[in-house]
Structure formats: C-alpha cells, structure tokens
Ligand binder design. Sequence first.
Ligand SMILES: Nc1ncnc2c1ncn2[C@@H]1O[C@H](COP(=O)(O)OP(=O)(O)OP(=O)(O)O)[C@@H](O)[C@H]1O
Ligand SMILES: [Mg+2]
Length: 239
Amino acid sequence: MTYSPMTATSGQATQGTVAASARNLTKTYGQGDAEVHALRGTDLDLPRGRFIAIMGPSGSGKSTLMHCLAGLDQPSGGTVTVAGTDLGSLDDDALTVFRREHIGFVFQSFNLLPMLTAGENVMLPLELGGRRVDDAARERADMLADILGVAGRLGHRPAELSGGQQQRVAIARALITQPDLLFADEPTGNLDSTTSAEVLDHLRRSARELGQTVVMVTHERDAAAYADYVVTMQDGRIV
Ligand SMILES: Nc1ncnc2c1ncn2[C@@H]1O[C@H](COP(=O)(O)OP(=O)(O)OP(=O)(O)O)[C@@H](O)[C@H]1O
Ligand SMILES: [Mg+2]
C-alpha cells in the first residue's frame, strides 16, 4: 500500500506510464522573517490511470503541491511535467488552455461561482472550453449529479447549499470534462460516511475504468484505503 514515488516508474518504465511528475519542486511564500518553505525539493511521479492519495499533517505542503502540479500556482523552483509537457514552458494563455484540456481540480474551499446555480457551475468548464453542451454532456451532468446526490439542488446557488452539497457540486464540476488528471483536495472532508463512500468509489472507478489519474489529499485513513497508492508528506517533502 505504501508507495515509493521514485521507484514506481524506474527501470523499464516509459514516459507513457507517467501522467505527471515533479522534480526538485520548491515553493517559498513570503520574505525575510515571514518566509515559509512550503515545498522543499519534492520529487514525485504520478502513474497514469491510478488513484493516489496524499496524506500528511496540516501545513506539510499537500495543497501547495497539488496547486503546483495542476498549474494553478507557480513553483519557486523545479519542474512539473504533465502529459509530457513542462508546465514552466507555457505562457499564461497556453497554460489556461492546457489546464482546461487535461486537468480537473476540486478545491479544499470548493470555489464555486456564487452568481451561478449549482447546475451552471457544473457545466461551466465545458462552456469555458468552448465545448458543445449537447445531450451527451447533459446526460453526463445528470449522471454525476445522481451519483453525488445533488440532482435536486442543481437550480440553487451555492449560498443556498450545505457545505457537503457545495463540495459535491465542485466534484461534479471537476469531473464533467473527464480530465486525464483529476486533483481533489480533501473531497470527502464535509461529507457523511455514505456519500463519502460513493464519492470515493466513483473516484476509484474513474481511475480503473476510464483510465483517469486521480490524486486526492485526505486526512482520513478510511478514504486513503480506496487509493492504489498512498504518498505521505512532511515538512514540504515526500517521506
Ligand atoms: N498563500 C500563502 N502565503 C503564505 N504562506 C502560505 C500560503 N499558502 C500556504 N502557505 C503556508 O505553506 C505551508 C503549506 O501549506 P499547505 O496549504 O500546502 O498545507 P496543507 O498540507 O495543505 O495543510 P492542510 O492539511 O491544513 O490543508 C503552510 O505553512 C502554510 O501556512
Ligand atoms: Mg491543504
């Protein structure tokens, strides 16, 4: 169950088996006395089509690592490669397009747009990406809403939803485009145990049946048990 991040892809492994990787990643926030080293030389390979859990104490750098891997935040040093592309080589516009095409993200704080209904939030990534919102897309949205138990809430704005419901809408929004690479930062943190099990089962199936690479931060051992591998962070490093 414990995953050695540098051995899973050593030896005969080829580029094709790695969905994303980080090399000597550093991230420093602030300056002088306020300096915080959130990442201190993180190396990680994410094997394609697998479900990977990241655990570790609060403040160990889990969210920072996910944001850097997803191209949402710029590392201070080191490289991130996704689907063979060095994210550092892309300008802002190219990075935005790349993210839309390859990456889904469920934020620890949901980040739903408050003026849009839950249903509009779910469809947003398709519209931003200029993809047709056709019957297949609507069916997929309905299927996700059913699995996640928010079908009856799609006409409501985020402020009218509970924390757990907002989280489930955020998960549906991240899955609507079927991204190659899905990051979920504590996706079950606000869910009851039944919904939590359904979400985790869906994430595991996304990896097994659809070949998506799923990376999830969690504090819960029960949740991590759904993953193929568990990576542990401490003090800005993988241990
Ligand atoms: N924008 C920021 N400015 C300054 N420091 C930050 C910022 N974001 C994160 N940090 C610091 O970087 C370190 C790592 O934070 P990060 O959010 O990655 O931790 P985490 O492992 O996700 O914690 P948690 O389990 O509480 O979510 C912490 O010390 C945090 O205070
Ligand atoms: Mg975090």
